[in-house]
Write a protein that binds this ligand. Structure first.
Ligand SMILES: C[S@@+](CC[C@H](N)C(=O)[O-])C[C@H]1O[C@@H](n2cnc3c(N)ncnc32)[C@H](O)[C@@H]1O
Length: 143
């Protein structure tokens, strides 16, 4: 099983039948793994070049800055950032604020990471709230 599929299975309760967002999606591998379960998946990145080939029907990519999203408040049930924390860390304060804004009340933001590069700053920032689950370090943030 691919790592992205494992991650989706771990977080299925917040994906199945939901309208979800993946921010800083890169090649959108996590979004594609979530597609068979989610109602809809929006995925965004600053660049489009990492998206290869057609996406599943319920996955929609937009070039968008996660620190200045174009959606209205309370659009999504959950927001996911997969292996992206190190790259977005300088903007995290603004990105987290935006993720909270577009989340419905009670929705969750998940920061997931497989890489040491991401894990170290996540542990520094979130301490014991960063939980190791299998190969993943996961930080759940509830709105
Ligand atoms: C490690 S890469 C890809 C992570 C991706 N989730 C994956 O698994 O392939 C991090 C990504 O963050 C994107 N990124 C950085 N800052 C961003 C921002 N402010 N808004 C949206 N995407 C951003 C980069 O363009 C890059 O594609």
């Amino acid at each position: 099983m691919k790592k992205t599929e494992t991650a989706v299975q771990m977080l299925l309760a917040d994906i199945e039948g939901k309208d979800i967002l993946e921010a800083a999606c890169g090649c959108a591998e996590f979004s594609c793994a979530a597609a068979p379960y989610a109602h809809s998946v929006m995925c965004i990145d600053l660049v489009e070049s990492r998206i290869k080939g057609p996406l599943p029907e319920n996955v929609h990519f937009e070039m968008m800055d996660a620190a200045a999203m174009r959606w209205p408040d309370e659009t999504f049930d959950a927001v996911f950032l997969y292996n992206a924390f190190y790259h977005i860390q300088p903007q995290w304060e603004a990105i987290e604020k935006e993720c909270r804004r577009v989340l419905k009340p009670g929705g969750k933001i998940y920061l997931l990471s497989l890489w040491g590069l991401d894990k170290a700053p996540l542990i520094k920032q979130y301490g014991t709230a960063a939980q190791q689950q299998g190969d993943f370090l996961i930080v759940p943030i509830i709105k």
